[in-house]
Design a protein around this ligand. Structure first.
Ligand SMILES: [Zn+2]
Length: 286
């Protein structure tokens, strides 16, 4: 399975509450140890002009020129430097999935709270929206965003509304949290129906596979490991049933130390691999 990764997309040594800036390198290292097939693929960083397709140009320039805060609430140049690579990884993975049908991965996090003219919640630029747009420009008539981060994808929704996109099917787990807390079985059934509806209507699914809904997450607290595996399975199996390619990113996960978060991303990798139409190894233990 192809993983779109360059070391420039990680900001080693940053000490934020969110591990997102240092997570790409750690997730890739962990995936390499799984015993599943993995192919690291390079890519080009995105340009400011690409980002300005989904963000207010003044916001994009303001962040890069150190005049406006990034999504972490500061102007740390280490973050500014990695941002074009973070979005570049996701765009390249998305286009690969769309053009080849292969499940493709981007070990990136921190998109769904970034809106048209603002960042926040550890999200500076919305690479989910940008990836969706690039897929649409490449020929995808409708694009699905299945955002399974714990928290409502307010930024994605803001961009969709601001740009009046009518070719997007956007699901966000955030508004489903009450249902998931009250009756997990009912949420799984409803999620399965929702993914069925999405897969039936789109040409590619962008899966933001958040680790923060996990029951032990300090910002989450809903799903067990088994529930999360079933979530991943519902998504990848439903997409495969409909021959819809999937690209996946990582999203939130705030357990510290990070090992349980990496284990959740490992499970996602295995599930992606099992259902990848390009995989020849369908019997990997889950
Ligand atoms: Zn989150």
């Amino acid at each position: 399975m192809k993983v779109f990764y360059r070391k420039e997309q990680s900001a080693a040594g940053t000490k934020y509450y969110s591990p997102s800036p240092r997570k790409p390198a750690l997730a890739v290292k962990s995936w390499k140890n799984l015993g599943c097939q993995i192919q690291i693929v390079s890519f080009d960083p995105v340009t400011r002009d690409q980002l300005k397709q989904v963000h207010d140009p003044d916001y994009v320039d303001g962040v890069f020129n150190g005049i406006l805060n990034n999504g972490f609430g500061d102007r740390n140049s280490k973050i500014t430097t990695v941002l074009p690579y973070v979005s570049g990884s996701m765009v390249a993975a998305t286009l690969n999935a769309y053009h080849t049908g292969e499940t493709s991965l981007s070990p990136t996090s921190g998109a769904n709270h970034a809106g048209y003219g603002f960042g926040g919640g550890f999200c500076t630029f919305n690479f989910l929206a940008l990836a969706a747009l690039e897929a649409h420009k490449a020929g995808a008539k409708r694009v699905g965003i299945a955002d399974c981060d714990m928290h409502w994808g307010n930024g994605t929704s803001n961009i969709i509304q601001t740009l009046e996109w009518d070719w997007i099917d956007h699901y966000s787990f955030g508004p489903d949290i009450t249902l998931a807390r009250t009756d997990i079985g009912q949420w799984k059934n409803s999620f399965a129906r929702r993914m069925e509806e999405m897969a039936a209507g789109v040409d590619i699914i962008i899966y933001n596979a958040g680790a923060d809904p996990h029951i032990d997450d300090p910002l989450g607290g809903v799903l067990s490991i088994s529930d999360m595996k079933q979530r991943d399975q519902i998504l990848f199996a439903t997409a495969a049933d409909h021959n819809v390619p999937v690209v996946a990113s990582l999203a939130g996960g705030y357990q510290d130390p990070l090992d349980p978060v990496l284990a959740i991303h490992d499970n996602m990798y295995r599930m992606a691999w099992v259902y990848d139409p390009a995989s020849n190894y369908p019997n990997v233990p889950l």
